[in-house]
Write a protein that binds this ligand. Structure first.
Ligand code: SAM
Ligand code: SF4
Length: 331
């Protein structure tokens, strides 16, 4: 993938990818992502859609050519397609993509396509309605399955990817079935290693399930062939002869991918995190609220200069957590 960004950190990595969280709110409460009783940001601290657009514009002017809109659940944000349509028009933006839990895609697939979303990653951790409900605390599996099928109809299977967090004793026995689900729909699937984030009450160390274990499990059903393909992200891909889906593994613990990192994250409160797995942050909000474009640009350059070499996730030491919730950081 081409990367002509002018943003380069001190380790020589070019930053061309922004993940922007448009809300910290969500209609689900996934056990590994949120606490059961979540304290959400006060509404007046959340970026307005115009402020989201302003931030995107400054990043794109600096050479970022891919933006992922995330959350929380982006589709619970009122007038979200309005933002997509405006962002899509930014000169220099090559790809505008979305992460969603799928719960509202029956309703939103067409408006999002019309507004200019290129691709959607949809999270799905179980095909068992009871396990799904337990994991998401509020989610309805059938609604999400209908959302996935609506998205495939509207966007085409090559523009839809499934994301599955691997959880020992919760969904790990189901991983072969999740793979079959993706293969049958000709969509890509990424299996994600759990990351310890936020005071969710979730037991990260005991529910961790590694990519290596999942791969060994899937190999009992299929011959997986390593692929050199990349989507410009941290996933390592595999293929199965006779199938169109790519099978990705995102392995922050077992296969550190930091050397190739090309991204930065902005939270729904305008905090710029140069690394998902570090606490370092640059607050863009005051400069954004002042409409100070040069100020925002300088803060972004400062954050790029300070981007850490590698994440600090550590499951081996109990309590070693990144303290902010994934739902605030934008996954
Ligand atoms: N609500 C949307 C969704 O679920 O796709 C977008 C936001 S969500 C925070 C983005 C991704 O982060 C999801 O695929 C979710 O499963 C993943 N995620 C959340 N908490 C995680 C954790 N602690 N470790 C690994 N992945 C996590
Ligand atoms: Fe919501 Fe996505 Fe977090 Fe689940 S993973 S609680 S759907 S933000």
């Amino acid at each position: 993938m081409s990367n002509h960004s002018s943003l380069q950190d001190r380790y020589g990595r070019k930053i061309n990818y922004l993940r922007l969280s448009v809300t910290d709110r969500c209609d689900f409460r996934c056990a590994y992502c949120m606490a059961e009783k979540m304290q959400f940001l006060p509404r007046d601290e959340i970026l307005s859609l115009e402020e989201c657009l302003f931030i995107a514009k400054v990043f794109v002017a600096l050479g970022v050519d891919k933006i992922r809109l995330s959350g929380g659940e982006p589709l619970v944000r009122k007038d979200f397609p309005w933002l997509v349509a405006r962002m899509r028009k930014l000169d220099g933006l090559r790809e505008l993509v979305l992460s969603s839990n799928g719960s509202q895609l029956v309703q939103f697939a067409v408006p999002l396509k019309l507004a200019g979303v290129d691709r959607i990653n949809i999270s799905l951790d179980s095909l068992n309605p009871d396990v799904f409900h337990r994991l998401t605390r509020t989610g309805n599996l059938h609604q999400v399955l209908a959302g996935i099928d609506a998205a495939i109809t509207v966007f085409g299977s090559t523009s839809i990817k499934m994301n599955t967090v691997m959880l020992h004793d919760s969904n790990h026995a189901e991983l072969p079935a999740m793979l079959e689900f993706a293969l049958a729909r000709k969509i890509d699937i990424s299996f994600i290693e759990l990351m310890p984030m936020g005071e969710t009450g979730h037991h990260y160390a005991t529910s961790f399930y590694s990519s290596a274990d999942a791969l060994a499990q899937l190999r009992q059903h299929h011959t997986l062939i390593p692929s050199v393909e990349t989507s410009g992200g941290p996933a390592r891909y595999w293929r199965i002869a006779g199938h169109e889906s790519r099978i990705g593994f995102i392995s922050p613990h077992s296969q550190n991918f930091c050397a190739d990192c090309n991204r930065m994250r902005v939270t729904a409160r305008g905090e710029l995190f140069p690394c998902l797995g570090n606490e370092g942050m640059v607050d863009l909000l005051p400069a954004v609220r002042a409409g100070d474009e040069a100020g925002v640009r300088d803060l972004i350059l400062q954050a790029v200069a300070d981007k850490p070499e590698a994440h600090e996730f550590d499951l081996s030491q109990p309590g070693t957590h990144i303290m902010r919730f994934m739902s605030r950081t934008g996954g």
